[in-house]
Design a protein around this ligand. Sequence first.
Ligand SMILES: CC(C)(COP(=O)(O)OP(=O)(O)OC[C@H]1O[C@@H](n2cnc3c(N)ncnc32)[C@H](O)[C@@H]1OP(=O)(O)O)[C@@H](O)C(=O)NCCC(=O)NCCS
Length: 171
Amino acid sequence: MLVRRELAGDEVAIRAVTAAAFARPGDDVPVEAPLVDWLRASAAWIPELSLVAVDPDGNLAGHVLCTRGTVATSAVIALGPLSVRPDRQRSGVGKALMHAVLGAADALGEPLVVLLGSTSYYPRFGFRLAGEYGITPQRPEWAEHFQVRTLTAYNPALRGEFAYPEPFDRM
Ligand SMILES: CC(C)(COP(=O)(O)OP(=O)(O)OC[C@H]1O[C@@H](n2cnc3c(N)ncnc32)[C@H](O)[C@@H]1OP(=O)(O)O)[C@@H](O)C(=O)NCCC(=O)NCCS
């Protein structure tokens, strides 16, 4: 498996991996699949931070993306969706994508990464509850899953309410 940036032509495979990863009983197409397309078409898209994991057979095993969000008026990074093909889960694909995208965001000089996700998965990548940094979610009920990973350029003065880019409002 290798991790590389998303290229033109990967869109259909990314949509399929996202739909499979987030499939829920009774749900035709999980909203995370069109969300990726909406984000790609928006001003919040950061092409350097849309990464795919590709198996030796050329098939996509997983995908991660980060888009532009804000804390108060400062630019930060929102991570997600992160998707691993069901038959490839629990084999290190998510881990490889997470380390790659966090390294790339740090190299771009981004101060911090925000996500809404499992507190049993993301702390292994350095995420902590956002409240510890004075960063609050748009909806108070998100607080117990709302996490932040600080990067080299982080400054503790960066505090306030986080806002996802507009396409997340369509979910
Ligand atoms: C969550 C997900 C991205 C993890 O990727 P992965 O490639 O399966 O995970 P890795 O192989 O890197 O890591 C496996 C470890 O993560 C844990 N893990 C996997 N999914 C988890 C989840 N949803 N919650 C908590 N822990 C999880 C496993 O128990 C395993 O732990 P261990 O190393 O202590 O045994 C993947 O399972 C997935 O795509 N799930 C469906 C979509 C989703 O929920 N995305 C995240 C939204 S926030």
